[in-house]
Design a protein around this ligand. Sequence first.
Ligand SMILES: [Zn+2]
Length: 119
Amino acid sequence: MEPTLTTAQLNELRELLLARRAELMAQMQQNRENLAPPSEDEGAVLQRNVAREVDQTLSDIDAADLVRIDHALARMDEGGYGECGECGCAIPFERLRIEPQTQHCVDCKSRWESRQAAR
Ligand SMILES: [Zn+2]
């Protein structure tokens, strides 16, 4: 398939991915600090456990996002970035700009989402 993204567009998307990656890393670092065992205060234990659960959930989401970003960056180097993983079409630059780590075109994603919703 012909590459449909120009070098300038790819560079812009790479910048976006790297910026998002740095943001996520900072967030995860912050979460890890929140998860670290604090100096013990018996009264605060319950409250902290709730906060910890929320932080853990956020960490999991961040980690999944990070994997997708790394995957996208790897595809930029290896080739194949911007191709839909489902139908193989070229994902439009405008969509990549909004979600540079996406691996699916709008059609496949909405098909997938309606499959999920139908469950
Ligand atoms: Zn597709």
